[in-house]
Design a protein around this ligand. Sequence first.
Ligand code: SF4
Length: 390
Amino acid sequence: MPKRARPFGFGLVTADEAFPQVVAMKDFSRRLITWHRRHGRHDLPWQRTRDPYPIWLSEVMLQQTQVGTVIPYYERFRARFPNVTSLARASLEDVLRLWAGLGYYSRGRNLHRAARAILDEHHGVFPEQRIELQALPGVGRSTAAAIAVFAFGAREAILDGNVKRVLARHFAVGGLTANKAVENVLWSLAESLVPKRGVQTYTQALMDLGATVCTRASPGCGRCPLASSCAALAGGSVAAYPVRRPRRTTPVRSVVMLLLMRQGKILLEQRPPSGIWGGLWSFPEMPADGELRAHCAARLGCEVGKPLALQPLRHAFTHFTLDIRPCRCEVSRLMPRAGQPGTAWFDLEQARQAGVPVPVKKLLAMLRGQEAVGADRRLRTDEKPSVRNR
Ligand code: SF4
């Protein structure tokens, strides 16, 4: 039975000094590889290939997002952009349209930039070295390592969020994992544990263990292949690792979204290329304390009728919460300077299919519902005279 790693309050020591047993812990990888045969994930759509394109695509999509959410997006992406050339030649708007709803939109923008870099700087061929992969936009060290392992069989260590959690618990690594010094120790551990053979299976097993057994909220230690050497389990302190940043209250921002309708069409504007929802289409916004009619006239060239406040909604970002107050208005007149660059009128179905973020999609669905009810009422009103005439 392997020696137990001793917990350590984080200090300035290397992983080998803090965990001398790691060097001898060959069976860490062996146990994982054996476990993976029966309990790992073998049929994800991006597995069973050495093609770096689907591997890269899936690794980027899986940053911050769970497998179940990623699969339909991944499949739509593959169908629309079957290879890196088709992705590089697409417009950013097309890419973001398919990304809409997956969140963290900088990933979609970086994916597009990276595809262009592969085409322009690498003649359409993926670089094979982890360092070169890491130079691509949106590809960090762990993602680069995963691509190098799965596509090119490199012997590299990964350290995504799931793996950090497994290692922090197994070796009882204290300190915030976001802290650079703690992260360096985790990297050092991750590197020490990579086996000489079976790196691909080992890497996938480590990912799968973090995603399906050593989960954040309810780790299944009773079915974990690492339980016999897990320091956190031995110390009865699994919940203490990884050390979390104390919860901060996230600030709330309020905004009025203007749902401007004209002849059954809705006005959308394209957001600036960087920042929240960068490059996506959204409703024009107004500060919560703005004056509606003056704002619509001055900024959008629209004269509007009586506003109708719709059900507010909240959307959580990592660093703040957005309180959205939707306000529907019929546009009674367009001024000559209406139709600013970056704005366009869409019919409601077209708008839904443009690249729009989730709250905008929800509001469009609400509008479609209202339009359908309105049309139904109009129909019934139109029918009334014929009823009376009978
Ligand atoms: S024994 Fe529990 S805490 Fe330790 S690695 Fe396994 S699942 Fe995680």
